[in-house]
Design a binder for this molecule. Structure first.
Ligand code: M6R
Length: 612
């Protein structure tokens, strides 16, 4: 949700800002803009649409400077337009603000500022920050004016301020929206996320909520909103630039689909011993997990794809670790008055670690005495820092809006957690535990083999590319796979309506829609209720629906039940959601490609949902 970059260092800053914005485009792409101090004052340029528009508008401009801010917008208040694009300036046009978040009390602040004579140009909530700072700066130095303005804001913000009055400083602050500081040689950055600065530095400072930073090319001075100095060491991020580039793939999504075997392997690395005899976690996580075994129940909270991973988690944790599990959409959990206590562990699953609903969910859980474990991909993210312990997925940066490698890595982390709990709760015979651990160790290889489905999927995609409605059906562990398959398709192919259902539910309503030729993707891999799934397939075929069946390799009988067939490596049922995720992602990808969709940046979406 909106990408912010701020830079102070050496010319040419415009290229630096555009480069940073290009790497943050996944966070918002309905408009973009930058402000630069060019020696004569503040120059602001904004354009509606993708970043390319801004790039073209800036072509041929001879000026440059040493300090600038930039922004990619995902609209919340005010439609995507040049006026509503960031940066926003004050009445005098001498200070510029870029913001990610929502100022909830903006209407009241705006009314007050208008009464004081401030002229507003946009419909955004953000513009109030510029005028608030301008108002406060009449009485105080810029840093204090910024601090006072921040204290008046309700809601969430990551905000960066550039002013002609202090050409050697940028000011930034955060509250419930991400903002990091990057420190290079004679240069420094603010950014919403690490990939924006990876080309220049891997040294970062993660900020906490209600902290404010005075940034110069020599470094960062951090204070709290009350003015107390904060000492914070920088950390070195392990991601490299290559991991945030397409490296020859047509889209980030395709690259990330292909990275899944490596991402699963990294997530297992050093945790599952070579001989699959035992598990090991880092100290903080180990300590937490050793107590978790005694807890009475788990509540999993997550959004979107991460929620689907949570649903798979519920099946495996209950079946193998015999621990009661509830799975909640984080956006519902926080408002439904959940009953939590000290014996409840809330497990938050999140790629970004910044999803506003999930973050609010863990905060609520903590106020009720529950312990919080996170499965998270981004070190230093808000959820990673606020959870009591973190089981990191090591998927590397996921750039495409559609989540792929994060999903299979989340499943991998859930397999580890299930095996761990099964061991400490002694819910499995040692031989069975060993069998499952060996199965998990083979997962990266199975994911690699599942990538071989790409060729037949390309042909199947051609056959179904013109269809406008799809059902995805599965049962047990693969009911969540059906939800996830449908989400992938509708997310990146907005002209297509796709719905996932539990196959056994069709007869309770949705089957009424089936017409001749309606494509239904069935996940019918080996399971104890495989035959019931095949009965569900036949129910669809009896109504002339077209069944694309994903089945286990070696199943010779299934072909006669399918109009199209994809086979995936045979595996224990609990691992099958990870394996079938690969052809489901590839199917969505190739259908979207044939429909000429904007795969990495689908309309109306953004990668990291940092607003409610
Ligand atoms: O960063 P998170 O895992 O918390 O994000 C949750 C969802 O917003 C995310 O999974 C979303 O549904 C994906 N774009 C789906 O592909």
């Amino acid at each position: 949700m909106c990408g912010i970059i701020g830079y102070i260092g050496k010319p040419p800053v415009i290229e630096t800002i555009l480069d940073g914005l290009a790497r943050l485009e996944y966070r918002g792409y309905d408009s973009s803009g930058l402000a630069v101090l060019n020696g004569q004052g503040l120059y602001v340029c904004k354009r509606v649409g993708k970043l390319q528009g801004l790039r073209e508008a800036l072509k041929g401009h001879a000026f440059d400077g040493h300090i600038a801010v930039g922004h990619n917008r995902w609209a919340t208040h005010g439609s995507p337009s040049e006026i509503n694009a960031h940066p926003h300036t004050d009445c005098s046009g001498s200070l510029a603000i870029v913001h990610n978040g929502i100022v909830e009390n903006y209407a009241e602040l705006k009314a007050r500022l208008q009464a004081q004579g401030h002229q507003f140009r946009s419909e955004t909530d953000t513009e109030v920050i510029a005028h608030l700072v301008e108002e406060q700066a009449k009485r105080a130095p810029l840093a204090e004016a910024f601090r006072s303005a921040l204290k008046e804001l309700r809601g969430s913000y990551a905000v960066v301020l550039l002013s002609t009055s202090e050409p050697q400083h940028l000011y930034g602050a955060r509250s419930s929206s991400p903002l990091i500081v990057g420190l290079g040689k004679g240069e420094a950055f603010f950014a919403s996320d690490v990939p924006a600065i990876l080309a220049r530095t891997r040294r970062v400072i993660y900020l906490n909520d209600h902290e404010m930073v005075e940034l110069s090319s020599a470094g960062a001075k951090i204070t709290t909103l009350d003015g107390r100095a904060v000492t914070r060491r920088s950390s070195l991020v392990s991601w490299d630039l290559a991991s945030a580039q397409k490296e020859g793939f047509a889209h980030f999504m395709l690259k990330e689909i292909h990275e899944q075997p490596a991402a699963a392997e990294q997530t297992l690395f050093n945790r599952l011993a070579q001989d699959a005899g035992q598990l090991a976690f880092d100290r903080r996580t180990s300590g937490f997990l050793s107590r978790l075994g005694a807890h009475e129940r788990l509540v999993i909270i997550a959004c979107g794809t991460a929620y689907h991973a949570g649903l798979v988690g519920e099946y495996m944790l209950e079946e193998f670790a015999k621990i009661p599990v509830v799975v909640d959409l984080a956006s519902e959990f926080r408002y439904r008055g959940p009953m939590l206590d000290r014996d409840t562990t809330v497990l938050a699953i999140t790629q970004s670690g910044e999803t506003a609903d999930t973050l609010a969910g863990i905060r609520l859980a903590k106020t009720q005495g529950a312990k919080v474990l996170a499965i998270c991909n981004v070190m230093g993210s808000s959820i990673a820092r606020e959870a009591d312990a973190v089981l990191y997925t090591h998927a590397g940066p996921e750039i495409a809006v559609a989540s792929t490698k994060a999903y299979t890595s989340q499943l991998t982390a859930l397999y580890l957690l299930t095996l761990h709990l099964a061991k400490v709760r002694a819910t499995l015979e040692p031989a069975r535990w060993q069998e499952l651990a060996q199965g998990l160790q083979r997962l990266p290889t199975l994911l690699q083999r599942a990538l071989a489905t790409e060729r037949p999927i390309k042909a199947i995609a051609r056959r179904y590319a013109a269809a406008r409605d799809f059902y995805y059906l599965g049962r047990r562990y693969n009911f969540p796979s059906a939800l996830e398959g449908a989400l992938k398709l509708k997310e990146i192919c907005p002209r297509i309506h796709a719905e996932g259902y539990a196959a056994g539910e069709m007869k309770h309503g949705p089957i009424s829609l089936i017409r001749k030729g309606w494509p239904v993707v069935f996940i019918a891999t080996d399971s104890p209720i495989y035959e019931k799934v095949i009965s569900n397939v036949e129910e669809i075929r009896a109504r002339k629906g077209e069944c694309l069946v994903i089945a286990s390799e070696g199943n010779k009988a299934v072909a006669r039940h399918a109009e199209a067939l994809i086979t995936v490596p045979k595996t224990e049922e609990l691992f099958s959601p990870a394996v079938v995720a690969v052809p489901l992602q590839l199917l969505a990808y190739h259908i979207a490609r044939l429909n000429k969709c904007d795969i990495d940046q689908p309309p109306n979406l953004a990668k990291s949902v940092t607003v409610e």
